[in-house]
Write a protein that binds this ligand. Sequence first.
Ligand code: BGP
Length: 489
Amino acid sequence: MKMFPEGFLWGGAIAANQCEGAWKEGGKGPSVADVAKFADPQSQKDLLDIHKLTDIDDEAIAKALATDDETYYPKRHGIDFYHHYKEDIRLLAGMGFKVFRLSIAWSRIFPHGDEETPNEEGLQFYDDVFDECLKYGMQPLVTMSHYEPPLYLVTKYNGWYNRKLIDFFTHYVDVITKRYQDKVKYWLTFNEIDSIIRHPFMTGGLIESRFDPEQFEEVEYQAMHHQFVASALAVKITHQNIPDAKVGCMLTKVTFYPYTCKPEDVLEEREKMREIYCYSDTQVFGEYPQYLLTKYHNKGYHIVMSEEDLKIMKENPVDFISFSYYSSNCVAKDTSGLDVTTGNTTMAIKNPYLPSSQWGWQIDPIGLRISLIDLYDRYHKPLFVVENGLGAIDTIDENGEIQDDYRIDYLSEHIKQMGYAIHDDGVELMGYTTWAPIDLVSNSSNQMSKRYGFIYVDVDDYGHGSYKRMKKKSYDWYKQVIEHNGDNL
Ligand code: BGP
């Protein structure tokens, strides 16, 4: 049975801050990712530090910038994609990728973020990367901002709390969409735009200690408003510069289930969903949903938004909705006494019907189908699954091979559910990019040992290793999936 349409965009997704390395090369300025610390598992103190990454302070930033030691700053070396991109893209093309999602590091193009003139060396780097992709018939799908605001915009301007960031960002967008107009047709504005509340530093460039704790949530919502306006303007600019471009939003999609059928739990689940929907509602319908405005009103928040802002948002909705999907979570009104696990967004209540990954994320392929149905029924716009994968510890066996059957199982079950969503539920799905086709530094843990790839990279948590690339068993498996357009599963 044919599940996937002709022209379905199969591929994989990475982000600059987790793989490029070369944090000071090619004129690049530091970004928030370059001060993100790896926790030495031996040290409780370090573990605490990393979990507090969201409220990193000026002192921690100054300390991080004063050291060149890459051992504890894994995103500074990543997998050294900066110097290996030709080899990596050749390997990805070997699987028959139709699309390759990657991000541009804003601070390679504008090292401080507020300059008028872009850094030519940074622009040239991505020209070379995109040319390499196109050489193999792989379409780049480019995220404009993936967890890496230039650090200078954070320390000098207070990140996205400052309205000026809208101008800096839109200037950056204008530059990149003009420059790559003949090379890139698919764009995403902000990666997991909803994460600003969970990761105010990484996403919003907000240093929590600079604000009154009582007012911090209001600060986050103000920063979020600025990102909405910036995202809408990015849609507008991209359409002006590249008339046939498609621009999408990007969400962290978690399928939530009420833990029981108690109405209280069901209501709680609705609340939880709105924490994600408020981002897509705003970017797809072009206006704030009433439930969010009501929340601001009830909390006494005064989010500064002009008539012009609202007009810009209304006039520039996204063309499609993209999202990451890793797991589902249960939600209950009263969580006391319930078994909890780590989720990919917050702590989650354990679902007794689901297995979990080594990092506690609950594995739920049907949950992906449910998310696809929900999103399509709500928006009637094309969807794109731009992240999905299994983070696991891979070991090299005595024959020098990596038998990652667990990854094959995870991905094949999720792909089948996507097929059902298309074939049986009528969902319009543009494509699927796995996270991540090649091992890279994990975002939440900053560990290299949490691996997602079809391609193994010989680097450990401290950046030590040969950086050699090696195909895992899943490499040939995914190649077959693409070759058969998903119909062999
Ligand atoms: C998403 C991010 C990615 C990526 C992925 C996996 O939230 O967009 O950057 O890292 O999650 O998460 P992790 O690396 O924490 O396992």
